[in-house]
Design a protein around this ligand. Sequence first.
Ligand code: GLY
Ligand code: MN
Ligand code: MN
Length: 456
Amino acid sequence: MFEKMFANLGKMPEPISIEEYISRQNELYSTFQSSDVLILCSSLETIHSNDVHHPYRTQSNLLYLTGWAEPESIMFATKASGTWKTHLFVQPKDTLKEIWEGRRPGLEGAEKNWPIDQAHSIDDVESTLIEMLSKANRVFHRMGVMPSIDELVVSSIKKRDRARQRLGTGPISVEDPSNKIAEMRLIKSDAEIAQMKFASDVSSLAHIAAMRHGGNNATENQLQSIIEGFFRYAGTSGWSYPSIVGSGENATILHYKENNSPCENGDIVLIDAGAEFRGYAADITRSWPTNGIFTEPQRELYQIVLDSQIAAINECVPGNPYTAPHEAARKVLAEGLIKIGIITQTLEEALDSKSGQLKDWYMHNTSHWIGLDVHDVGVYLPNGEPRVLQPGMCLTIEPGLYFGAWRPDVDCPQRYSNIGIRIEDDVLIGENGPVVLTERCPKTITEIESIVGNAI
Ligand code: GLY
Ligand code: MN
Ligand code: MN
């Protein structure tokens, strides 16, 4: 069922080059002193149920610096003879384990095909790290990822041996390197943008596939299966966050999870779903009538949300504070709701964060950074001031309106009862203005009405 969509997708981009990983490593190491060491651990595997693991996903910082995605791995870096070297502990080759669990690159594979100077067996981690730490001064290590390594680091700092007594050697502090790496990750390179564009294209076509399947007494779970089926069909690893597929009143629940109801004729279905490709996320929301025709009240709200989203996207220009899109979206939403009589306050009153009526119907932020994490890293208010947008930053623009008639905290107007609408795109801050990475996903009322239920 996906052949035609797939034929339209375009080629996968080249993977990120070894040279780019090495230049990221060197950029990070240039912020360290000679006696510092860096340790980055992979995520632990987690259990779904007896003998069954959750699909494995490593730490994004490790992916960012090495591209290495295997479990039970630890990267470390030290400066020796004037040069920084990148080391990686990996699972060694083991035929019996590989028969059961899958092939491993092993030490040789890691050194040959990844940006690694020296690979070590994970079985030697304790002795090697203890020796390495004994010569370190500051240890850049994020606590809480791999508890066994936290213990090693802490005990090496606590240790009071003869070398420390006589020579003053041994580590004295632990610092989290996450902020340094986050600053780098905030600005995407051309190669990263190519990965994100592919994830965005796959996700856009997946949303179109679901729209085409609509109008057919579809259920939320069926729409989910089409979207996620295309994610895998197109060669991505699957979703970058669990898909939200909510129709009717379920569309008014921001993080709806069940995805199990039938879509009633005439209801809006809200689908928030994005693929992950080589670790990079897409994050798209579309909301559309399951029978392919917006009712008048749905049309009114949809157009307000779309106008606010476009106003917010237009603020995605270098030099603007990251809050500018949110402010633009809120203003257009409030103006729209005043016009249709839902908000009875003045514009200024409506926008007040405490007493304004807008927050009854729009209660979340408009944007988050996006990249290797769907809610990507990067401080929003460095030194308490809103981050200034720069070329290479990527963020979502996702305003919405949610009229849950089930809510006891508001008096939901009957005309808009149980309509939930969010429109979400992923936007790159380009030198000359916004670049919508998810532009292949249709969002005007005319486009949506011509696609929903129109199978190809
Ligand atoms: N899909 C999660 C979000 O939109 O932030
Ligand atoms: Mn989002
Ligand atoms: Mn989303």
